[in-house]
Design a binder for this molecule. Structure first.
Ligand code: SF4
Length: 672
């Protein structure tokens, strides 16, 4: 009976949705290629968003919602926000969703805004891990939060996903809780938590939730919703790719790789390194196996293989959903939500990355298989932007995790996945790698020819080794001529080849080659533009000697970066695993790790050696590295000697002169 009632309600919500969609001209199926005809209105109203109150829901004819989405971010209905995508995808499949943004985590009533949802709660920390959002790499609280109204910090708790989930459980003991987003995804199995400097359990256990959706969640969330809607209990939903669930036994878990137990991980860090690398090698949707991690009291956390990436037309459909395109009007009084500024006039053109930088969690989250949106979809979105009264004619970015990756590294990836034991690009490119920028060139040409668009910038990083491997120079030429705003930011990250090797980046010579090619193209088109390198200090493998080499490089260039990225051990990257375990999980060989805050500060200071605040640290670093030759007045010196030392030297000199009989004689002669 209950099920029939539910299904009637479900049908009603589908009908309402479908008729509204027909009226507005949306295609609502993720699986179909669709073009939204929605134009951006001069101002949005609350009706353009999913309900944030029960009254909003009732206005839509919903006396109860199917899902309640709880987010640590303010509510921004834009396709750059995972929360917006998941809720709109569910809506497009006929499910009603209410949205609770940044609830008061001390008050269980904050989770009861819509009452008990018919199918479950969906919980995420927001677009960032809540700890990265709250703290700098020095573990100091950040003063601002771009994802909160008015940029105000402190609007969500630490470990937001687990806190919200536990808060829901205080009121709703049996309602399914599904957690997702970057925080849940990267903490899906046991992981190192930099902030507490401890190994933590799977977030599924700490959150008391039922399922984690990891990676790109569109497919998985719809399958979960359909399964719940068909009457399955949450405990029965153990079969969906891209999910993690709990089990009390392994009787019904097939073809699984058994990882070291949580107790084993706690006993020996090397077990964690081994476990992490098995997980890393099983992050491909074609070859990834089911993984099991055992906890005390016969609790098993089971990770199903990753979900397949969306096909280009499915990705188009996701981006064509009826997003309001901005933050909810309830934040207007606070001055809006700052994060929208970066993305409002930018185009997300792709997902996935085969670059495999060791410090980046993308392989673990989005995977190595790149999917690009179609030109039609991107052009349609750009045209819609031109109708926005705030649009000044500039598209700020057309990119993705790596701007110039628009298609898979090789055709094999689409049927057999990415290789487990081979890398596509660095340190040496795979022979199967297909280097081709023609699609991206065409896309950028089409975008800059749209009426109303003055300039199209590329601000997402381009992978410069991929650019250099292209025998056709057209991409770099056109990038330089049309798509750079004075400075092209790229990410060589370091200059020491041994550090670059650990990072999974191309060697330094490749970067130099790129800079020369870029400068040549600038000269040819009569522009004065510069490459600005992103540099990272204190990455595992980087000794003080390497940091000095980087500082010397900056000195020779006459360049002092305004910002230096101090390596930040965020959850579930290869580099974080190195930081925690002291070995490279890919080889299990020991690796040098700058671990203390002081050594990190020394390495960071070296890159910004000209900053007077860093003076003492630079002197200390150079002394420790045995490079006193760089303290002085010569052209190669990074800093001058200490003033006290200088004056000390002078007084020593005077004292010794006073003792010297010839000097005393000389002085007497001069005075007489
Ligand atoms: S064959 Fe080469 S390019 Fe293709 S997935 Fe394997 S390593 Fe990457």
């Amino acid at each position: 009976m209950a099920q029939q009632r539910n299904s009637k309600r479900q049908n009603r919500s589908r009908c309402t949705r479908e008729s509204r969609d027909k009226k507005e001209g949306y295609c609502t199926k993720v699986s179909c290629s669709s073009k939204s005809t929605k134009s951006i209105k001069s101002s949005v109203t609350a009706e353009d968003f999913l309900p944030v109150t029960l009254d909003d829901a009732k206005k839509r004819g919903w006396d109860r919602v199917d899902f309640v989405y709880v987010s640590g971010d303010a509510y921004v209905d834009h396709s750059s926000f995972g929360a917006a995508i998941i809720t709109r995808v569910l809506e497009s499949h006929g499910y009603s969703v209410g949205f609770i943004a940044q609830p008061d985590w001390k008050d269980p009533q904050s989770m009861t805004v819509f009452g008990e949802p018919r199918l479950g709660f969906l919980v995420a920390s927001g677009n960032m891990d809540s700890m990265v959002n709250h703290y700098t790499v020095n573990k100091k609280p950040r003063s601002q939060d771009a994802y909160s109204p008015g940029g105000k910090a402190g609007m969500r708790p630490n470990h937001a996903t687990a806190v919200y989930s536990n808060l829901i459980r205080r009121t709703y003991k049996r309602t399914p809780i599904i957690i997702g987003g970057i925080e849940a995804s990267l903490r899906r199995l046991a992981h190192y938590d930099y902030w507490s400097d401890k190994l933590k359990r799977s977030i599924l256990l700490d959150a008391g939730a039922d399922i984690v959706v990891y990676g790109m969640g569109e497919r998985s969330i719809v399958e979960i919703a359909d399964a719940l809607n068909s009457g399955l209990t949450i405990e029965d939903i153990t079969f969906i790719d891209g999910t993690v669930y709990k089990a009390r036994s392994l009787d019904h878990v097939y073809d699984a790789v058994i990882l070291p137990t949580f107790e084993d991980l706690q006993v020996d860090k090397l077990n964690y390194a081994k476990s992490f690398y098995i997980q890393y090698q099983n992050s491909d949707p074609f070859t990834g196996k089911r993984l099991v991690e055992q906890y005390p009291h016969s609790v098993y956390v089971v990770q199903n293989p990753p979900a397949k990436p969306l096909l280009p037309h499915e990705l188009d459909a996701v981006y064509a959903l009826p997003y309001a395109g901005t933050y909810h009007p309830m934040y207007e009084k606070d001055g809006g939500v700052p994060a929208i500024k970066e993305v409002k006039f930018s185009l997300s053109s792709s997902r996935g990355c085969f670059g495999e930088c060791a410090f980046c969690a993308l392989t673990f989250h989005q995977g190595r298989i790149v999917t690009g949106r179609s030109h039609e979809s991107l052009i349609a979105e750009a045209r819609r932007m031109t109708q926005d009264p705030d649009f000044k004619g500039y598209i700020h970015d057309v990119g993705g995790p790596t701007a110039d990756f628009r298609k898979p590294a090789c055709t094999k990836q689409l049927t057999h996945g990415a290789c487990k034991n081979r890398r596509c690009l660095a340190p040496t490119p795979c022979r199967q790698l297909e280097v081709d920028h023609s699609d991206y060139i065409e896309l950028l040409r089409s975008l800059r020819n749209i009426k109303g668009i003055k300039k199209v910038f590329v601000r997402s990083g381009v992978r410069f080794d991929y650019v250099m491997l292209d025998s056709d120079p057209t991409f770099l030429r056109e990038l330089t001529k049309y798509h750079v705003s004075g400075q092209l930011r790229v990410a060589p990250e370091h200059v020491s080849d041994s550090v670059l090797q650990v990072m999974g980046k191309p060697n330094h010579a490749m970067y130099e080659q790129f800079v020369r090619a870029f400068n040549k193209d600038n000269e040819a088109c009569g522009k004065k533009q510069f490459v600005v390198p992103y540099l990272m200090s204190s990455h595992p493998g980087s000794t003080l000697k390497d940091a000095v080499e980087l500082a010397e490089y900056c000195h020779n260039l006459g360049f002092m970066p305004e910002q230096v990225q101090d390596f930040y051990p965020t959850p579930s990257t290869i580099s974080t695993c190195m930081y925690y375990t002291g070995v490279d999980p890919r080889t299990m060989k020991p690796i040098y790790v700058p671990k203390t805050q002081h050594e990190k500060a020394l390495q960071r200071a070296l890159i910004q050696y000209r900053n007077p605040q860093n003076y003492d640290l630079v002197i200390e670093a150079l002394q420790k590295a045995g490079r006193r030759d760089l303290i002085g007045y010569g052209p190669k010196c990074l800093v001058h000697p200490k003033k006290e030392q200088k004056s000390q030297k002078r007084s020593n000199k005077i004292a010794s002169q006073n003792k010297c009989p010839q000097a005393q004689q000389k002085r007497r002669t001069r005075h007489s």
